[in-house]
Design a protein around this ligand. Structure first.
Ligand SMILES: [Zn+2]
Length: 232
Protein backbone atom coordinates (compact mmCIF):
# COMPACT_ATOMS: atom_id res chain seq x y z
CA UNK A 1 0.00 0.00 0.00
CA UNK A 2 2.22 2.89 -1.13
CA UNK A 3 1.64 6.15 0.66
CA UNK A 4 -0.49 4.61 3.38
CA UNK A 5 0.20 3.78 7.02
CA UNK A 6 -1.92 1.15 8.60
CA UNK A 7 -1.61 -0.31 12.05
CA UNK A 8 -3.36 -2.22 14.78
CA UNK A 9 -2.29 -0.86 18.16
CA UNK A 10 -2.60 -3.30 21.04
CA UNK A 11 -2.60 -2.63 24.76
CA UNK A 12 0.14 -0.32 25.94
CA UNK A 13 2.32 -1.65 28.76
CA UNK A 14 2.94 1.91 30.00
CA UNK A 15 0.13 2.76 32.39
CA UNK A 16 -1.85 5.83 31.52
CA UNK A 17 -0.47 6.16 28.02
CA UNK A 18 -3.26 5.70 25.51
CA UNK A 19 -3.04 4.70 21.86
CA UNK A 20 -3.44 8.29 20.76
CA UNK A 21 -0.23 9.29 22.52
CA UNK A 22 1.50 6.41 20.83
CA UNK A 23 0.44 7.80 17.45
CA UNK A 24 2.74 10.70 18.07
CA UNK A 25 5.60 8.63 19.47
CA UNK A 26 5.56 5.68 17.10
CA UNK A 27 4.12 7.06 13.87
CA UNK A 28 4.97 10.77 14.23
CA UNK A 29 1.30 11.59 13.64
CA UNK A 30 -0.60 14.17 15.67
CA UNK A 31 -3.43 12.39 17.55
CA UNK A 32 -6.10 14.51 15.88
CA UNK A 33 -4.93 13.35 12.44
CA UNK A 34 -6.86 10.12 12.98
CA UNK A 35 -10.61 10.61 12.78
CA UNK A 36 -13.09 8.30 14.49
CA UNK A 37 -16.84 8.07 15.03
CA UNK A 38 -19.07 7.32 17.98
CA UNK A 39 -19.63 3.66 17.17
CA UNK A 40 -23.15 2.32 17.61
CA UNK A 41 -23.13 -1.14 15.93
CA UNK A 42 -24.98 0.21 12.90
CA UNK A 43 -24.58 0.00 9.12
CA UNK A 44 -24.04 3.77 8.86
CA UNK A 45 -21.17 4.84 6.58
CA UNK A 46 -19.91 8.43 6.64
CA UNK A 47 -17.30 10.39 4.70
CA UNK A 48 -14.62 12.08 6.78
CA UNK A 49 -15.34 15.61 7.94
CA UNK A 50 -12.87 17.93 9.63
CA UNK A 51 -13.39 17.55 13.38
CA UNK A 52 -14.31 13.85 13.41
CA UNK A 53 -12.75 12.44 16.54
CA UNK A 54 -10.78 15.63 16.99
CA UNK A 55 -9.82 16.89 20.41
CA UNK A 56 -11.14 17.96 22.79
CA UNK A 57 -14.45 16.21 23.23
CA UNK A 58 -13.83 13.03 21.26
CA UNK A 59 -15.98 11.58 18.53
CA UNK A 60 -19.47 12.96 18.08
CA UNK A 61 -20.98 11.74 14.83
CA UNK A 62 -22.57 8.32 15.07
CA UNK A 63 -21.64 5.62 12.60
CA UNK A 64 -19.54 2.51 12.12
CA UNK A 65 -17.58 3.12 8.93
CA UNK A 66 -15.62 6.23 8.06
CA UNK A 67 -13.78 6.87 4.81
CA UNK A 68 -11.47 9.58 3.55
CA UNK A 69 -10.03 10.64 0.22
CA UNK A 70 -7.95 13.48 1.64
CA UNK A 71 -4.16 13.11 1.85
CA UNK A 72 -2.96 14.07 5.31
CA UNK A 73 -5.96 12.50 7.05
CA UNK A 74 -6.57 9.11 8.59
CA UNK A 75 -9.58 7.13 9.76
CA UNK A 76 -9.68 4.79 12.74
CA UNK A 77 -11.84 2.39 14.66
CA UNK A 78 -11.89 1.35 18.33
CA UNK A 79 -12.49 -2.31 19.13
CA UNK A 80 -12.19 -4.77 21.99
CA UNK A 81 -13.64 -7.96 20.41
CA UNK A 82 -15.37 -6.61 17.29
CA UNK A 83 -13.51 -6.73 13.98
CA UNK A 84 -11.50 -3.69 12.90
CA UNK A 85 -11.43 -3.59 9.09
CA UNK A 86 -9.14 -1.26 7.12
CA UNK A 87 -9.49 -0.63 3.39
CA UNK A 88 -7.09 1.09 1.00
CA UNK A 89 -7.29 1.74 -2.73
CA UNK A 90 -4.33 0.62 -4.83
CA UNK A 91 -3.98 3.88 -6.78
CA UNK A 92 -6.36 6.53 -5.46
CA UNK A 93 -5.84 8.28 -2.11
CA UNK A 94 -8.86 6.49 -0.65
CA UNK A 95 -9.10 4.64 2.67
CA UNK A 96 -11.77 3.46 5.09
CA UNK A 97 -12.05 2.04 8.61
CA UNK A 98 -14.96 -0.20 9.60
CA UNK A 99 -16.18 -1.28 13.04
CA UNK A 100 -17.71 -4.71 12.48
CA UNK A 101 -19.18 -6.57 15.42
CA UNK A 102 -21.83 -9.23 14.99
CA UNK A 103 -24.57 -6.61 14.84
CA UNK A 104 -22.76 -4.53 12.23
CA UNK A 105 -21.86 -7.57 10.14
CA UNK A 106 -25.47 -8.76 10.24
CA UNK A 107 -26.70 -5.25 9.40
CA UNK A 108 -24.44 -5.17 6.32
CA UNK A 109 -21.81 -2.61 7.35
CA UNK A 110 -19.23 -4.19 5.00
CA UNK A 111 -21.55 -4.13 1.98
CA UNK A 112 -22.75 -0.60 2.80
CA UNK A 113 -19.17 0.68 2.97
CA UNK A 114 -18.28 -0.81 -0.40
CA UNK A 115 -21.47 0.58 -1.91
CA UNK A 116 -20.72 4.07 -0.54
CA UNK A 117 -17.20 4.04 -1.97
CA UNK A 118 -18.43 2.78 -5.36
CA UNK A 119 -21.16 5.43 -5.49
CA UNK A 120 -18.64 8.19 -4.89
CA UNK A 121 -15.56 6.90 -6.71
CA UNK A 122 -16.85 4.51 -9.37
CA UNK A 123 -18.12 0.98 -9.73
CA UNK A 124 -14.59 -0.39 -10.14
CA UNK A 125 -13.49 0.72 -6.68
CA UNK A 126 -14.09 -2.60 -4.86
CA UNK A 127 -11.88 -4.46 -7.37
CA UNK A 128 -9.01 -2.05 -6.64
CA UNK A 129 -9.20 -2.20 -2.86
CA UNK A 130 -7.10 -4.07 -0.34
CA UNK A 131 -8.69 -5.10 2.94
CA UNK A 132 -7.31 -6.22 6.29
CA UNK A 133 -9.46 -7.59 9.12
CA UNK A 134 -7.63 -7.28 12.44
CA UNK A 135 -7.58 -8.86 15.89
CA UNK A 136 -11.04 -9.76 17.23
CA UNK A 137 -13.04 -12.51 18.95
CA UNK A 138 -12.58 -15.77 17.07
CA UNK A 139 -13.97 -19.28 16.95
CA UNK A 140 -11.82 -20.58 19.82
CA UNK A 141 -13.56 -18.32 22.37
CA UNK A 142 -16.52 -16.45 20.90
CA UNK A 143 -19.60 -18.31 22.12
CA UNK A 144 -22.92 -16.85 21.00
CA UNK A 145 -26.57 -17.76 21.43
CA UNK A 146 -29.12 -18.79 18.81
CA UNK A 147 -30.23 -15.24 18.06
CA UNK A 148 -26.72 -13.99 17.30
CA UNK A 149 -25.90 -17.14 15.34
CA UNK A 150 -29.00 -16.67 13.22
CA UNK A 151 -28.08 -13.06 12.49
CA UNK A 152 -24.54 -14.08 11.50
CA UNK A 153 -25.87 -16.77 9.16
CA UNK A 154 -27.28 -13.96 7.02
CA UNK A 155 -23.77 -12.61 6.33
CA UNK A 156 -22.40 -13.95 3.02
CA UNK A 157 -20.19 -16.91 3.92
CA UNK A 158 -21.26 -16.73 7.55
CA UNK A 159 -22.67 -20.24 7.66
CA UNK A 160 -19.19 -21.71 7.05
CA UNK A 161 -17.77 -19.87 10.04
CA UNK A 162 -20.11 -21.02 12.77
CA UNK A 163 -19.93 -24.33 14.57
CA UNK A 164 -21.97 -25.75 17.40
CA UNK A 165 -20.71 -24.98 20.89
CA UNK A 166 -20.50 -27.42 23.77
CA UNK A 167 -23.63 -26.13 25.52
CA UNK A 168 -27.15 -26.56 24.19
CA UNK A 169 -28.20 -23.68 21.93
CA UNK A 170 -24.69 -22.19 21.79
CA UNK A 171 -22.51 -21.56 18.76
CA UNK A 172 -18.85 -20.65 18.27
CA UNK A 173 -18.35 -17.80 15.79
CA UNK A 174 -15.14 -16.69 14.09
CA UNK A 175 -15.84 -13.00 13.53
CA UNK A 176 -12.67 -12.40 11.54
CA UNK A 177 -13.45 -15.21 9.10
CA UNK A 178 -17.02 -13.93 8.72
CA UNK A 179 -15.70 -10.42 8.00
CA UNK A 180 -13.27 -11.79 5.40
CA UNK A 181 -16.12 -13.66 3.68
CA UNK A 182 -18.23 -10.50 3.63
CA UNK A 183 -15.35 -8.49 2.11
CA UNK A 184 -14.85 -11.04 -0.66
CA UNK A 185 -18.57 -11.29 -1.33
CA UNK A 186 -18.74 -7.49 -1.64
CA UNK A 187 -16.33 -7.54 -4.57
CA UNK A 188 -12.79 -7.23 -3.20
CA UNK A 189 -10.53 -9.76 -4.97
CA UNK A 190 -9.85 -12.73 -2.64
CA UNK A 191 -6.06 -12.33 -2.89
CA UNK A 192 -6.37 -8.77 -1.56
CA UNK A 193 -8.33 -9.71 1.54
CA UNK A 194 -6.24 -10.61 4.55
CA UNK A 195 -6.81 -11.53 8.19
CA UNK A 196 -4.28 -10.28 10.70
CA UNK A 197 -3.82 -10.89 14.40
CA UNK A 198 -5.05 -13.39 16.94
CA UNK A 199 -8.20 -13.89 18.99
CA UNK A 200 -8.52 -10.96 21.39
CA UNK A 201 -10.28 -13.06 24.04
CA UNK A 202 -7.42 -15.52 24.62
CA UNK A 203 -4.50 -13.25 23.64
CA UNK A 204 -3.68 -11.10 26.64
CA UNK A 205 -1.76 -8.58 24.53
CA UNK A 206 -5.09 -7.19 23.34
CA UNK A 207 -8.08 -5.66 25.02
CA UNK A 208 -11.12 -7.94 25.16
CA UNK A 209 -14.60 -7.07 26.38
CA UNK A 210 -15.31 -10.77 26.93
CA UNK A 211 -12.21 -11.24 29.08
CA UNK A 212 -12.04 -7.90 30.89
CA UNK A 213 -15.73 -6.94 30.97
CA UNK A 214 -16.59 -3.27 31.30
CA UNK A 215 -13.11 -2.33 32.55
CA UNK A 216 -11.55 -3.07 29.19
CA UNK A 217 -9.76 -0.55 27.02
CA UNK A 218 -9.96 -0.53 23.25
CA UNK A 219 -7.53 -1.15 20.43
CA UNK A 220 -7.22 1.72 17.97
CA UNK A 221 -6.79 0.53 14.39
CA UNK A 222 -6.24 3.18 11.79
CA UNK A 223 -5.22 3.92 8.24
CA UNK A 224 -3.63 7.19 7.21
CA UNK A 225 -3.10 8.68 3.75
CA UNK A 226 0.32 10.30 3.62
CA UNK A 227 0.72 13.75 2.09
CA UNK A 228 3.70 12.38 0.16
CA UNK A 229 1.30 10.49 -2.11
CA UNK A 230 0.86 13.78 -3.90
CA UNK A 231 4.44 14.89 -3.52
CA UNK A 232 3.74 17.40 -0.74
ZN1 LIG B 1 -9.62 -17.32 21.60
Amino acid sequence: MPGVYHAFLGADPAAGRGPRERLREVFCLPPDAICTLKQVHSATVLPFEPGDGGFPGGPEREGDALWTAAPGTGVGVHTADCVPILLAHGELPLAAAIHAGWRGLAAGIVEETLRALARRHGENVPASLRAVAGPCARGCCYEVGEETAEALLSVPGGCDRLRRGKAQGKWMADLQAIALSALRAAGIPPDRVEGLGPCTVCSTGFHSFRREKSLTGRQLSFIYICDSLHGN
